[in-house]
Design a protein around this ligand. Sequence first.
Ligand SMILES: Cc1ncc(COP(=O)(O)O)c(C=O)c1O
Length: 325
Amino acid sequence: MELSHRGKLFMGLAQQAEADLRELLAIPGNYAVLFLQGGATQHFAQIPMNLAGEGDSADYVVTGHWGEKAASEARPYVKVNIAASSKDEHYLRLPPRETWQLDPRAAYVHYTPNETIHGVEFHDIPDVGDVPLVADMSSDILSGPLDVSKFGLIYAGAQKNIGPSGLVVLIVRRDLLERAGRPMARIFRYAEHAANDSMLNTPNTWGWYLAGLTFQWLKEQGGLAAMQARNQAKARLLYGAIDGSGGFYRNPVAVASRSRMNVPFTLHDSALDADFLKESEAAGLLALKGHKALGGMRASLYNAVPLEAVQALVAFMADFAKRHG
Ligand SMILES: Cc1ncc(COP(=O)(O)O)c(C=O)c1O
């Protein structure tokens, strides 16, 4: 941690991390890869600053908590058009593509491929025509192969599938870097970060280093096709246990919209929640308490979670249901 980010050793690590990420996602050469700070939340605001000019509008497709946040943080910088929202349906399903009110003059279309709290995921990349598609992949990046060429910009807080908190990976089509016409400090300008290899100021060297180790680990696991197969197997096992529990456990999300990464579920009687959490923790199954916005439970099945952990969870769930059913 005492190494200078401009020293040869760190520069080598940084370049290797970028090369490995480019290989894993097959990122085309006309995309810049940036290693930034500020969390995904800062980029909710910085994306419109960079991609929209004065008076422009942008389309937002809102399918959960984080999409709502992204739209609200963008409002000071762009006219936000909510092109589709499933809020009235409590975010239990994705709004059908044919109902989206997209504006062909929008500066970009923003969506959240995986909604971490609501457990709702797109399983296809939506076709939005020629308008650049912007995706907050904070909770699904690297969970499977991705056609990066379908996107204008992809960004992700690193803290789930990549590594530690405090790092944001942002992949942007280079022609979009030319857009940022409005006055803003250099530190907010993606083009400046790209021109300076993400070292406009001191980067998060620790996060970048650990991200690089994760990229190497992913390559050793067989790359993103192997991760996809593993993630699908984990999700199938857990949803199967929930749906097959005779109503003891319940996941309310429409089957076609269910997330492979985040599985919220409730117990048939919420009076059992405290016992479920206490006993699961004693069994070594941690962090199952649901987000405070939804209550109940949530199992996150990020890349680092092995199939054996999900097998242990479903065995515990079956035993708990037998004892309390
Ligand atoms: C999909 C999504 N977007 C944005 C965020 C916010 O990220 P950060 O805390 O890095 O700002 C999260 C955090 O959990 C998330 O899951």
